[in-house]
Design a protein around this ligand. Structure first.
Ligand code: KIV
Ligand code: NA
Length: 265
């Protein structure tokens, strides 16, 4: 297999081929995820929780993401690598450009950032400067203090309308993909139909163009935390770690995962 490119990712939506994505934080797991044929790997700022032991993503720094991106890049041969802009690294377009440049120089092919609003200006600058962008809407964990917790977003009619408008706006600003986290399945379906860029869901139901899960969640490593309803342990079926990644990829591509019970109304 050749390396998946950003235009090829966009073609997957047009051709109705579902995108299977997983987070990774080190070269060992990256190799295993890549060997299993996963399309897209994200160095998520979730590393603050699953690797560093914090209870939010807010403490994660640009240095942290750059370090883990370089580690993961050494383990990937075919998957598209995306790196998360951590809290406030996208507070201004210039800061985001500097951080994203470091991530691309460490081996990422795309930078991801949360939100719309003033972030539209950030998305515009990055894409003008040849940095592919993955947007992220719905539950944006960097907003946890304002939101007061990790809750499903877009349930009320006004909030759903705003999310749909934000999705169109990030696509218009130049985003190449869009993560939708913890939004009602029907709203994710509506957004997916309304934008030309691929949507990648987590807790956003089966209609998205792709799915992403945090590596540790997919392997059933949720000790100490209540398991959210969108998480499934693929290690039980997969029999081995690489088998779990293959079982997940197969389930995403066949449409078996997520099932309706993994989504929100
Ligand atoms: O940081 C992360 O792992 C993420 C995914 C859950 C989309 O942003
Ligand atoms: Na993230």
């Amino acid at each position: 297999r050749a390396r998946l490119t950003v235009p090829a990712l966009r073609r997957m939506k047009a051709e109705g081929r579902r995108i299977a994505a997983i987070t990774a934080y080190d070269a060992g797991f990256a190799r295993s995820v890549d060997a299993a044929g996963i399309d897209l790997v994200l160095v998520g700022d979730s590393l603050g929780m699953v690797c560093q032991g914090h209870d939010s993503t807010l403490p994660v720094t640009v240095d942290d993401i750059a370090y883990h991106t370089a580690c993961v890049a050494r383990g990937l041969y075919t998957a598209l690598l995306v790196a998360d802009l951590p809290f406030q690294a996208d507070a201004t377009p210039e800061r985001a450009l500097d951080a994203s440049t470091r991530f691309l120089q460490a081996g990422a092919a795309m930078a991801k950032l949360e939100g719309a609003g003033h972030k539209l200006e950030v998305i515009r600058l990055l894409s003008e400067r040849e940095i592919p962008v993955c947007a992220h809407l719905g539950l944006t964990p960097q907003s946890v203090l304002r939101l007061g917790g990790y809750k499903v977003q877009g349930r009320e009619a006004a909030a759903a309308r705003r999310l749909l408008e934000d999705a169109k706006a990030v696509a218009d600003a130049g985003a190449d993909a869009l993560v939708l986290e913890c939004v009602p399945s029907s709203l994710a379906a509506e957004i997916t139909a309304a934008v030309a860029i691929p949507t990648i869901g987590i807790g956003a139901g089966p209609a998205c163009d792709g799915q992403i899960l945090v590596l540790h969640d997919l392997l059933g490593m949720n000790s100490g935390h209540r398991r959210p309803r969108f998480v499934k342990d693929f290690l039980a079926d997969g029999g081995s770690i690489e088998g779990a990644f293959r079982a997940y990829a197969d389930a995403v591509r066949s449409g078996a995962f997520p099932a309706p019970e993994h989504g929100y109304d």
